[in-house]
Ligand binder design. Structure first.
Ligand SMILES: [Zn+2]
Length: 235
């Protein structure tokens, strides 16, 4: 296997060839009661779903699809102008009961396995930090995983995703909702359902209050994210 970060390989039949280079990572939760159940589902040709990696709550990393192949994890999705997210991304499933079976903190062992794996993927494919996203970011009308308890702040400390902007003194630049939606689209979100898009943005960037409403704080956070990208501090 040539990858000490992968503990086991259980190959899934659910993949096809990529037409694009890898430029994104999508994080998911499995929303199942065990890792073995999730593995069985992703290896069942009937299910038509897969991911490149599954990380169990105990921290075991299982490879299901080679990174140069197109796994089937994103479904109908959109990010930064592109709809074929599967074709451009690596999908990582986190073994977790999800909101369906009792939403809870992600395990420490799982996080500790995710960090070096993600670091290696981001480095190998030169993935922009703004393209390390959750499933809810790319499918806001359908998905809420990995959800508001996923520790994005901790991942950002390792420079593996964008950090939440802290200094918001530049305030509230979008003085109407249309301008906010336009900025949200420019950052990457599908805004065809505005309320859902705002909820997805909040779930990722302001998880303590997810109400789908555009308030001053979410405006300021989005403004700083875009400003940092435009100034070349992130990409
Ligand atoms: Zn998902």
């Amino acid at each position: 296997m040539g990858d000490e970060l992968v503990h086991r390989e259980v190959l899934s039949p659910n993949w096809n060839e990529r037409a694009e280079n890898v430029s994104m990572v999508v994080l998911h939760y499995t929303e199942m009661q065990s890792a073995e159940e999730a593995l069985a589902r992703m290896c069942d040709p009937e299910s038509q779903v897969s991911a490149h990696y599954l990380i169990s709550e105990a921290g075991e990393v299982v490879r299901l699809v080679p990174e140069d192949k197109r796994a089937w994890h994103a479904g109908v999705a959109y990010w930064r102008g592109h709809t074929d997210v599967n074709g451009r991304s690596i999908g990582i499933e986190l073994d977790h009961p999800g909101h369906m079976w009792g939403y809870r903190e992600f395990s420490e062992a799982q996080f500790e396995a995710l960090v070096p794996l993600l670091a290696r993927i981001v480095r190998d494919h030169d993935i922009p930090r703004a393209n390390v996203v959750g499933h809810s970011d790319i499918a806001p009308t359908r998905k809420i995983d990995p959800g508001e308890l996923f520790p994005w702040d901790r991942l950002a400390e390792y420079h593996l995703c964008l950090a939440r902007p802290e200094k918001l003194e530049l305030g509230d630049p979008f003085d109407n909702d249309g301008a906010f939606y336009l900025a949200l689209e420019r950052f990457g979100y599908d805004i065809s359902d505005g309320h859902k898009a705002v909820e997805a943005f909040q779930r990722r960037w302001r998880p303590e209050k997810i109400d789908g409403r555009i308030d001053g704080q979410v405006r300021a956070i989005l403004f700083h994210l875009l400003l940092d990208r435009d100034r070349g501090r992130t990409r």
